[in-house]
Design a protein around this ligand. Structure first.
Ligand SMILES: *Cc1c(COP(=O)(O)O)cnc(C)c1O
Length: 361
């Protein structure tokens, strides 16, 4: 049976990437050793590392004004690293709150700076993106942080907010990076944990405008300073070598598939079909998110009769559609349909949903 994995993260990886990794697992490029077993300073690994960065730069059009950093600690560590690197303790940082991940960025940020919530969709249960016109960003803000895709709520920004003046825009792109083209030049800093759309857990990508690298707090540990990574090729200490290699394989796969513009077309079509299946179910299924803010990557949905939720989860898993359980705080279902989720997987889910409704509706 073909299994389609809808996990929100760690998430599905492209099948050709896993096969290539399997082929190279014990003996990389005729070296006789695994990538896991080689020095991060060996010629072979340096080549892996440099090729991954070059590929990411091509995919996202990242120019030389930006450093690309490969870090550990997940996106969660960035909730602290962003203020430590881009603000002083008595600075104000502006954060837009659109759900559970931005709420965490607010809470962690408060430990390191004065956080001003510039806009929030909490009043409508985090089911929308606040109108850009309503955002209240202090002119003195050290930066403005937002979460382009809220992985739990399934809320996505479909355009980049304009920021007045020269306030750097900082974005947690963990669950949307590489799903569509993005104008990197609009950002001061982008970060993304790998385990949604890049590779296995354990590595976090940072894309930082170089002129911001000198803002870090003097007393910050070196592993917390973007500049240490930028100056050392992300090799201050031993980096997560295997996730870095795996990320490189995913970047190769994306380039072979035509890059992020090609992925965007597929992702938009996958999401449109799945939302149509929910909206056209006569109220059997529902998604609470405002239509202009629905995520292409994470699609939460509920069944009107919640008693059917465990039945749906059991039967769908039996049909090979796995990890559809909604986040523990939300309930219901969540289908994460990242780049590596093939169109056939989404169509199999839609077919199952229709069949389930016919049997239980
Ligand atoms: C998953 C996720 C995080 C947390 O990532 P960790 O690697 O677990 O720290 C933060 N932000 C967003 C948007 C996410 O999807």
């Amino acid at each position: 049976m073909t299994v389609f994995n809808f996990s929100a993260g760690p998430a599905v990886l492209p099948a050709p990437v896993l096969e290539r990794a399997q082929n190279e697992l014990a003996n990389y490029a005729a070296t006789g050793v695994s990538v896991m077993e080689m020095s991060h300073r060996s010629a072979e690994f340096m080549d892996i590392a440099e090729r991954a960065e070059a590929s990411l730069r091509r995919l996202l059009g990242i120019n030389d004004d930006y450093s690309v950093l490969f870090m550990s600690g997940g996106a969660t560590m960035q909730f602290a690293m962003a203020p430590i690197n881009l603000s002083a303790p008595d600075d104000t940082v502006a954060i837009v709150n659109t759900g559970q991940w931005s709420t965490k960025a607010v809470k962690e940020g408060q430990r390191f700076a004065n956080v001003h919530v510039a806009a929030s969709s909490e009043a409508d249960g985090f089911c929308s993106v606040p109108d850009f016109d309503s955002w209240d960003v202090p002119a003195s803000a050290a930066y403005l942080h937002y979460t382009p895709n809220e992985t739990i709520g399934g809320v996505e920004f479909h355009s980049i907010p304009d920021v007045a003046g020269d306030i750097p825009l900082v974005a947690d792109m963990s669950s949307t990076i590489l799903s569509r083209p993005v104008d990197v030049s609009r950002f001061g800093m982008i970060y993304a944990g790998a385990q949604k759309n890049i590779g296995p857990a354990g590595i976090t990508i940072g894309i930082v405008r170089k002129d911001l690298l000198d803002r870090a707090r003097e007393d910050a540990p070196s592993l917390f300073k973007y500049k240490s990574y930028a100056d050392s090729g992300s090799m201050i200490n031993t980096p997560p070598t295997y996730p870095w290699y795996m990320a490189g394989l995913v970047f190769d796969w994306l380039e072979e598939r035509g890059g992020v513009a090609a992925m965007a077309k597929i992702n938009e079509a996958k999401a449109a079909r799945l939302y149509a299946a929910i909206d056209d179910s006569g109220g059997f299924y529902a998604n609470p998110v405002a239509k202009n803010a629905r995520s292409w990557m994470n699609v939460p949905f509920t069944i009107a009769d919640d008693a059917l939720t465990p039945v749906f989860l059991t039967e769908s898993a039996d049909a090979g559609l796995v990890q559809l359980k909604g986040h523990r705080s939300v309930g219901g279902m969540r289908a994460s349909i990242y780049n590596a989720m093939p169109e056939e997987g989404v169509d199999a889910l839609i077919g199952f949903m229709s069949d389930f409704r016919a049997r239980h509706g």
